[in-house]
Design a protein around this ligand. Structure first.
Ligand code: HSE
Length: 298
């Protein structure tokens, strides 16, 4: 009995929503297979596309499978294969895709015993194994799909948000690695009240825009005055990319998760195509290699 699944890349933060907003893309992600075995426990039999550990307790995917099998008191085991469709350290939720895919996959063999919220919690454990902290924005987006809000961490509460039908994302991944841990260390521990007001008003505006298909409101709200000013220094030519995206008609652009991937949200395929070209043009003479994609938010 073998199950094959796709686990999506995700964009966390989405400019104004540091650690609380995220969305999934359907064009990029990992493929994983799960084979039920009579022997208990979990084994990784193959990893392709990235150089990741086969150590069951250190790999985000197998650590999650193991935890769920133990918790569910399962009388079977799982053999796992992982094909990474995008690189770790990209800011596109690589470990989250592994952890969320693992939780979703093993749940299929348990007759969907666990809810999406419970699966998100298991996947957060995988995030901790991989990066040392239990952040929910990427894993929740991968589990629920579409756009999500992590409304509360304790207790964990995830709100699935609507996705306007013409919303597209264009992303560029400069081939440098930014570790989430390093990208968190550059952030201030305190912020000004007036900045907080601006930021939470934008979060509200973005969410209202999603609910009402109001692309202008979405555009005006895709602003991050708290995190981006610090983190953009870690991403070469960030401002050039952002300006290129906005000039070509993007609704907004920002850092995907902790970077270095830069995302731009767009209305419709035509504008997305122009934004893609404009970003590509802006980066091609920088001397830094990069990959790009366009996707629906799904
Ligand atoms: N919200 C996280 C951060 C992304 O920006 O550090 C990784 O989950």
């Amino acid at each position: 009995e073998t199950l094959k699944i796709f686990s999506p890349a995700t964009v966390a933060n989405v400019s104004c929503g540091f650690d609380s907003l995220g969305f999934a893309v359907d064009a990029v992600g990992d493929e994983m297979t799960f084979t039920k075995t009579t022997e208990k426990g979990v084994k990784i039999t193959k990893i392709t596309g990235a150089n990741l550990t086969y150590n069951v307790d250190e790999n985000a995917a197998s650590a999650v499978v193991k935890k769920i099998l133990v918790e569910a008191n399962a009388n079977f085991g799982i053999e796992l294969t992982i094909h990474k469709g995008f690189s770790p350290g990209s800011g596109l939720g690589s470990s989250a895709a592994s952890a969320a895919g693992a939780a979703f996959g093993v749940n299929q063999f348990l007759e969907n015993k666990y809810s999406e919220l419970e699966l998100t919690k298991f996947a957060m454990f995988g995030e901790e194994v991989a990066c040392g902290s239990q952040i929910a924005d990427n894993v929740a987006a991968a589990i629920y799909g579409g756009f999500v809000l992590v409304r509360s961490y304790n207790p964990l509460e995830i709100i699935k948000l609507p996705v306007p039908s013409e919303l597209r994302v264009v992303a560029i991944h400069p081939q440098i690695e930014v570790k989430t841990k390093d990208a968190r260390e550059v952030l201030p521990t305190e912020i000004l009240l007036k900045d907080a007001v601006t930021q939470w008003a934008n979060v509200g505006g973005l969410i209202a825009g999603l609910y009402t298909d109001n692309y202008n409101l979405i555009s005006n709200s895709l602003v991050d005055i708290i995190v981006e000013p610090h983190r953009k220094k870690l991403i070469p030519f960030f401002d050039d990319v952002k300006n290129a995206a906005l000039k070509a008609g993007a609704l907004g652009a920002g850092i995907s998760g902790s970077g270095p991937t830069i995302f731009a949200l767009c209305k419709g395929d035509e504008i997305a195509k122009n934004v893609y070209k404009s970003i590509e043009e802006s980066y091609k003479n920088t001397g830094i290699d990069f990959t790009m994609f366009t996707s629906k938010v799904n």
